[in-house]
Design a protein around this ligand. Structure first.
Ligand code: 5GP
Length: 191
């Protein structure tokens, strides 16, 4: 998505440790006009795939998933990060390594919100090492539902998570893929 690349170049801030800050349009302040276009782009990527539900993870995946949900007329479920290790039997749970905070979170979804006949599209803001998407895939598969594919608004290709998931056979679409990033330059993968 050309506009995603343009927004990253115009407004993204490169931090140390391979972190990109996009707080001005995606992560803290939200550019709602652009967010609507993101939802429409995701809908067009998966228009023929009979998706029944969109799954994301709190917090920053939610606006993107909701925008896609509006564009596709679909419900959105978001996995919650649960501090307690006391997990009830009513939830699917897995552990996700947080890229930005460096800690591990239990991630849970109530069993009532995913059923075996669901065809799920997984959405998140960033795809780095792939821990968040892998955790969400595990939850969908625990429920016996189908992972139709995943979308990341921004993939950092140099952190390899996206390509590892593609090698496993999952369909991973990213609206922009950063191949290289240093203090002076961002290079995108041709798509
Ligand atoms: P992964 O699990 O693929 O390693 O990392 C993805 C998760 O970490 C996303 O849910 C996102 O919130 C966060 N994340 C990863 N890289 C970045 C980044 O460069 N910038 C921001 N703002 N969040 C990131």
């Amino acid at each position: 998505m050309k506009k995603m690349e343009d927004k990253i170049l115009a407004e993204g801030e490169i931090l140390s440790g391979g972190v990109l800050k996009v707080g001005s349009f995606l992560n803290q302040q939200i550019d709602t006009v652009f967010m609507k276009e993101i939802g429409e782009e995701i809908a067009s990527l998966y228009k023929d795939d009979e998706i029944t539900k969109i799954l994301t993870i709190e917090a920053s995946g939610i606006p993107i998933a909701v925008s896609a949900g509006f564009a596709m007329n679909l419900p959105v479920v978001y996995a919650k990060k649960n501090k307690s290790s006391n997990i009830s039997g009513d939830v699917y749970s897995t552990v996700v390594q947080s890229f930005t905070h460096g800690n591990k979170n239990n991630v849970i979804v109530n069993k009532e919100f995913i059923s075996p006949d669901d065809r799920i599209l997984i959405v998140d803001d960033f795809l780095a090492h792939g821990s968040a998407l892998t955790g969400l895939i595990e939850i969908v598969e625990m429920a016996g539902a189908t992972v139709v594919g995943c979308v990341a608004a921004i993939e950092k290709g140099f952190q390899m998570g996206g390509d590892r998931l593609r090698e496993k056979g999952y369909r991973i679409e990213s609206l922009a893929i950063i191949e290289e990033m240093d203090d002076t330059e961002i290079v995108f993968r041709e798509q």
